[in-house]
Design a protein around this ligand. Structure first.
Ligand code: MF3
Ligand code: CO
Ligand code: CO
Length: 254
């Protein structure tokens, strides 16, 4: 059987921590810089400069031909939005940014959704519950548990909130490649997946929708949108499995 998970060496883990902190730094910088009137291309260019300032390169640029430094997905865009000069951010927009940083062959992957200006109540609920789903999933990322325990916590949180769970895109192992085994669905499947062991590094990333779970891909072959055009949110952390509590590597240390 093909290898279904990766245990990283202590040396790899040290390097992954550096890449993950860089990704977290870029994430928080972009959130503070994003403003109404700015194009998503401008924000993506800034991201490229910030990644370079940490001695890294984008883990997304060129991945299967992806043309951006980051993914910036507004409102009903779920994931893989490509920064564009024609796309101007407006007050009230929900901005989902996804950042992958490669430093010396080690990778950190993180995403966050936020609102420009004051969020409407429904939007606030979507953002809070999607982040809560991520944290619930992380709380199950314990040695001896299975991938399915993470999926179950995310699904439970999403269902309680009545949110649509995107099925086509999933979390993943991460570390020396952007996407490593195993897959981490945001809902329970008939596959419990591998048992969690110290040294595994997982990118856990619920994508939840205010309406239907159904999505489609635009003719650019990247941009994913909700079928009903309702808003979507995406939160992602790169997490290390340890002997004790999971360590959130993309939690920005000050
Ligand atoms: N959204 C993906 C993830 O977090 C990565 C995007 S790959 C790209 O795993 F090519 F679209 F950038
Ligand atoms: Co990501
Ligand atoms: Co990811």
């Amino acid at each position: 059987m093909a290898r279904d998970f990766v245990i990283h060496t202590p040396e790899e883990i040290s390097a992954i921590k550096i890449a993950a902190q860089a990704a977290a730094f870029v994430r928080e910088q972009l959130i503070s810089i994003a403003a109404p009137g700015m194009s998503t291309k401008e924000l993506d260019d800034i991201a490229g400069n910030l990644i370079a300032s940490r001695g890294g390169k984008s883990a997304f640029l060129g991945y299967r031909g992806y043309p951006g430094q980051t993914c910036i997905s507004l409102n009903d865009k779920v994931v893989h939005g490509i920064g564009s000069l024609e796309e101007i951010m407006r007050e009230g927009d929900v901005v989902s940014i996804d950042i992958g940083v490669n430093i010396a062959g080690a990778i950190g992957d993180t995403a966050k959704s936020f609102v420009l200006g004051a969020p409407a109540p429904g939007i606030l609920m979507l953002l809070e519950k999607t982040e809560e789903a991520l944290m619930a999933g992380i709380s199950a990322a314990l040695k001896g548990n299975y991938i399915r325990n993470i999926s179950a916590e995310i699904e439970k949180t999403a269902r309680k909130a009545g949110l649509g769970i995107v099925r086509e895109y999933v979390g993943h192992g991460c570390g020396t490649m952007l996407h490593e085994p195993p897959e981490i669905p945001n809902f329970v499947t008939n596959n419990r997946g591998p048992m969690l062991n110290p040294g595994m590094v997982l990118a856990i990333e619920p994508m939840l929708n205010l309406g239907t779970h159904k999505v489609y891909t635009e003719p650019d072959n990247w941009t994913v949108r909700t079928l009903d055009r309702k808003v979507s949110a995406h939160f992602e952390h790169t997490v290390l499995i340890t002997d004790n509590q999971p360590e959130i590597l993309t939690w920005l240390k000050t």
